[in-house]
Design a protein around this ligand. Structure first.
Ligand SMILES: C[S@@+](CC[C@H](N)C(=O)[O-])C[C@H]1O[C@@H](n2cnc3c(N)ncnc32)[C@H](O)[C@@H]1O
Length: 359
């Protein structure tokens, strides 16, 4: 049977039968970005009818405030006449559309800005082209294929979609969790080969037996490649995502389908897989590259410092009929029981700048 007839489930099972159990990172990579059947290579997964809703899709205020943040940074960099604005995983292009509508008001900004987008999903690329076409975006095939001018990177809910590995503590060391087959059904198991504790970060070395540590090498690699550019060329990276402030143990790998939790192993390619971002690990990578790492902010505090309440009031004054919708959006973005504190804002920079909103 040729590959064309196999579903992604079949392909994964065949690979396991032929080469043995695979790491969770390999499984996630196939499930999310397999060129033909991956979750992020198929239909548009976002929005009320999709699997999840992201902050820029909740309200224009989110992207607008990020536009304000970007302009301020560009001004602090002494308004370079040429710079790259790179968005990782731009989704429908909504965040950047709202951001650039605000940023366009700063004289010289659009002339200086080279917009670059990094995206795997053809359906989303088409929407990005529609919303952002007027800014002549360029779609990069490599994350660090940018010019050698100052670089500003924005990533909202991108890093949570990158593959993670999981290690489980046992008496003889750490064992990698893998995806294998039992009675023809995909199941989790542990690699028999232990990894010594000193290969793990300090913060988890004293974990109790049975505890799980997650690490995303793909995230570290992406930040390293971009961080090197930022360190050499000046600029900053702003990453907003759900995650934890200090490296810790705990299992966060999750599957979402149509706004509900699903089985991680059940339907690769058809469900969203993600994991919480370890911001502590991001900070260590950035600091090692010589970047200035800002204190991690909650989304609630970041948006409040950038003036979301004032922006909501101004919009409500101009559109009184939208008062309830604006109040609901404000609550979803900032309330602790919604996205306000689960989502965190990470920023690392180079070039003697003080990014706003972080502290
Ligand atoms: C959760 S969505 C967030 C979309 C958008 N930033 C927003 O906030 O609405 C993740 C985005 O990253 C893209 N993506 C996921 N994995 C990727 C990868 N490995 N390389 C490039 N883009 C990826 C997805 O197609 C999508 O645009």
């Amino acid at each position: 049977m040729g590959n064309e007839q196999l579903t992604l489930s079949d392909l994964i099972d065949r690979q396991i039968r032929e080469t043995g159990p695979m790491s969770i990172a390999t499984y996630m990579g196939l499930a999310l970005t397999h060129p033909r059947e991956g979750y992020y290579t198929g239909a548009d997964p976002l929005g009320a009818k999709g699997d999840f809703v992201t902050a820029p899709e909740i309200s224009q205020m989110f992207g607008e405030l990020i536009g304000f943040f970007i302009v301020n940074l560009w001004q602090q960099l002494d308004q370079p006449r040429s710079f790259t604005l790179l968005e990782l995983g731009p989704g429908r292009g909504t965040l950047m559309q709202d951001a650039l509508r605000v940023a366009a008001k700063a004289e010289g900004f659009l002339d200086a800005c080279h917009l670059q987008l990094f995206e795997t999903n053809p359906a989303l690329k088409a929407q990005q082209a529609e919303r952002l076409g007027q800014y002549n975006p360029y779609w990069a095939s490599e994350i660090d294929a940018v010019a050698d001018d100052p670089l500003i990177v924005v990533a909202n809910e991108f890093f949570d979609a990158l593959p993670i590995r999981q290690f489980v503590k046992a008496a003889d060391g750490w064992h990698e969790r893998q995806v294998g087959l039992r009675d023809g059904k995909r199941t989790f198991g542990l690699s028999p080969t232990p990894i010594p504790g000193d290969a793990m970060p300090e913060a988890v070395r004293n974990a109790a037996d049975g505890e799980t540590y997650e690490v995303s090498l793909a995230t570290a690699d992406a930040l390293q490649r971009l961080g090197k550019r930022i360190a050499a060329q000046r600029g900053a990276i702003l990453a907003i995502d759900y995650g934890y402030a200090a490296t810790q143990t705990g299992e966060t790998l999750q599957a979402i389908r149509r706004h509900s939790f699903a089985d991680v192993l059940e339907a690769p390619g058809e469900i969203d897989l993600s994991a919480h971002v370890d911001f502590d690990a991001l900070g260590r990578v950035a600091a090692d590259l010589g970047l200035k790492v800002e204190p991690l902010a909650t989304q609630r505090d970041f948006l409040a410092r950038l003036g979301i309440v004032e922006r909501a009031s101004a919009l409500a004054r101009a559109n009184p009929e939208q008062l309830d919708a604006l109040a609901a959006a404000l609550r979803r973005l900032t309330d602790s029981s919604e996205m306000g504190t689960l989502f965190k804002v990470f920023c690392a920079s180079a070039g003697d700048v003080e990014p706003i909103g972080l502290a």
